[in-house]
Design a protein around this ligand. Structure first.
Ligand SMILES: NC(=O)c1ccc[n+]([C@@H]2O[C@H](COP(=O)([O-])OP(=O)(O)OC[C@H]3O[C@@H](n4cnc5c(N)ncnc54)[C@H](OP(=O)(O)O)[C@@H]3O)[C@@H](O)[C@H]2O)c1
Length: 255
């Protein structure tokens, strides 16, 4: 494997890079010859992940601080990515997310608000900044990890689902805007993943995917510039069925 400088490789910024899914996606990008910027709140943890990737894949891997809720810092963050790589990145992938305890979101507006602010507003804010740079350059790829929860509101997680639905609509519009400029936009929609986020939840074991498998599917779809990638692919069918359940039946179900 090469010990190439960032300038000779495609580069990708992964935002929310301490997430279990993002770590595995970073390894897939590194294995596929990408220089990386890993960004998130816990830079000490990210430095450990970056060092592991440098050793395993001999790829340049930088670490930057990023907080999805600090919207004012996002324009400067994109400039920091460019400075770290020596040029604007080729791709940007948003992986951060927040799944509140449903009852807490119902009872406490600040919890419901933080869910929307993180999953939607934070993602929208930082992706708009990358979109402007990629649009001006006329190339690049953008992706965000959404969720099947955004496909239809369910009582078990409808604040989270609503935020992810907003993200889906945003990404659809962004794709519509950027397609003519040669910039792809991919919406990644995982089903249940075995990660920190779902720790302690009772999930149907057969439908739970490990982060490494999920990451391989997601990164393949992003690099193929797919519009929407269900993770794994069978969730496309599951959600097609769920979306088409008539409201009169749906409201009686416990989902
Ligand atoms: N797990 C599932 O079943 C599942 C299903 C569908 C979709 N997803 C989505 O997959 C993505 C990855 O989640 P995961 O399952 O890998 O869970 P995870 O390990 O809990 O990752 C969540 C990540 O979001 C980051 N984050 C939260 N708030 C942030 C903020 N204000 N600023 C910056 N980063 C912030 C966390 O950073 P810290 O380390 O700093 O807390 C963490 O890296 C999320 O978008 C999630 O919604 C997950």
């Amino acid at each position: 494997m090469s010990n190439a400088s960032p300038g000779s490789l495609e580069s990708v910024v992964i935002v929310g890079a301490s997430s279990s899914l993002a770590r595995a996606m970073a390894a897939c990008f590194a294995a596929g010859d990408h220089a990386l910027v890993l960004a998130g709140r816990d830079t000490a943890e990210l430095e450990v992940i970056a060092q592991d990737l440098r050793v395993r894949y001999a790829r340049p891997c930088r670490v930057l601080h990023f907080d999805a809720l600090d919207y004012g810092s996002h324009p400067g963050f994109v400039a920091e990515c460019t400075a770290a790589l020596g040029a604007p990145p080729d791709g940007a992938v948003v992986c951060f997310g927040m799944l509140p305890v449903q009852e807490e979101a119902q009872e406490d507006f600040t919890v419901a608000g933080r869910c929307l602010d993180t999953n939607y507003t934070g993602a929208m804010s930082v992706l708009e900044r990358f979109a402007g740079v990629f649009e001006a350059r006329g190339s690049g790829f953008i992706a965000a990890v959404s969720s099947v929860a955004g496909d239809r509101g369910r009582k078990s997680n409808y604040h989270y689902g609503a935020a992810k639905a907003a993200l889906n609509a945003f990404l659809g519009g962004l794709q519509n805007r950027l397609h003519a400029r040669g910039v792809s936009v991919t919406t990644v929609k995982p089903g249940f993943l075995d990660t920190k986020m779902t720790w302690g939840l009772v999930l149907p074991a057969l439908l739970v995917t490990d982060p490494e498998r999920a990451a391989a599917i997601a990164v393949r779809g992003i690099l193929k510039r797919r519009s929407i990638v269900y993770v794994p692919g069978y969730w496309r069918l599951i959600m097609l069925v769920i979306r088409h359940i008539p409201g009169v039946i749906f409201k009686r179900l416990s989902l």
